[in-house]
Design a protein around this ligand. Structure first.
Ligand SMILES: [Mg+2]
Length: 302
């Protein structure tokens, strides 16, 4: 941790404003603070051994090559549309709904099982950034809730947490697309409203569900959503500018936003610096955020 020169990869465009936010959050105390984090390429690494790491959607092999190929074909069709500069947002949102809806349909039709999820995660090229476990542990100790908000698949994110971290955290909640399995561990439906890449901002807190240790034991929204809404100071972590919308469901007082700019740095740096309080370049570890969290959670001594 110490020998890594993080400052070389850290850009803070307005240090004064950041310091003011840090002070305001510290003064308000721990009971006001929560962390909202994107999953793919934010908590997880963008590259692993020089290769692009997989996403929670991308790693899934449903054990049926025909259906894996059909989902792949959808990706190839819709992914360029997602980033097209010419399609208006409203139309794009419809396209994303279509894509996610069809993909979920194929997962059901192709007979996805919980075992296939297990195996997919075991065989996947996915890894948390260094420091993520330490961040989670620190926040758990301080009773600061962490909301992982993703347009991916909740059940896969949970399995990644189980297999890569080997423990669960009582302060972590996942807001993502959640599957419903029958008694044989076969996917039968999805719960609640679809979350795709362009509506990640609408209904964040209402869909929060606790991390579960056994399959299929989650029902309905958690009861402490209200208390999460009382936590009006936010540390937000994302890797896309759109991730800033994750705190839209919240009437926040102070927000420190951290952006991981993993790729196309030159083209995007200015936009990221305008959008985020802190920008980390080059797929850095999470140590800077650990340090920031420590600062936010320490008592004001004066
Ligand atoms: Mg992401």
């Amino acid at each position: 941790m110490e020998d890594y020169n993080l400052s070389k990869f850290t850009v803070i465009s307005d240090p004064q404003s950041l310091n003011d936010k840090i002070s305001a959050i510290r003064n308000a105390g721990l009971s006001k603070l929560q962390v909202i984090a994107d999953f793919d390429a934010t908590l997880t690494r963008y590259r692993i051994n020089g290769q692009r790491g997989q996403s929670s959607h991308g790693l899934l092999q449903q054990g049926n090559p025909e259906y894996d190929a059909k989902r792949r074909a959808l990706y190839e069709y819709y992914h360029p549309l997602e980033f097209s500069p010419t399609i208006p947002l409203e139309e794009k949102t419809k396209l994303m709904e279509e894509w996610w809806g069809k993909t979920h349909g194929l997962l059901i039709e192709g007979g996805l099982t919980y075992d296939a999820i297990n195996n997919s995660v075991a065989n996947s090229n996915i890894a948390f950034r260094d420091g993520v476990v330490e961040l989670f542990e620190f926040l758990e100790e301080k009773d600061v809730p962490v909301l992982i908000f993703s347009a991916g698949l909740a059940d896969i994110i949970e399995e990644v947490l189980r297999q890569k971290i080997h423990r669960s955290f009582k302060n972590i909640k996942i807001v993502s697309n959640r599957m419903v399995f029958d008694d044989c561990g076969r996917l039968v439906s999805f719960k609640g409203k679809l979350i795709h890449s362009l509506n990640k901002n609408e209904h964040a807190l209402d869909m929060a569900a606790p991390l579960h240790d056994q399959l299929g034991n989650i029902d309905g929204p958690v009861s402490d959503n209200a208390s999460v809404k009382q936590r009006t100071n936010v540390l937000l972590l994302g890797d896309h500018i759109g991730d800033l919308g994750m705190s839209d469901g919240l009437n926040y007082e102070n927000r420190i936003s951290v952006g991981f700019l993993n790729d196309n740095i030159e083209k995007n740096l200015e936009n990221y610096c305008n959008a985020f309080d802190i920008v980390y370049l080059n797929d850095t570890p999470m140590w800077g955020v650990v340090k920031l969290a420590t600062q936010l959670c320490s008592m004001e001594v004066d």
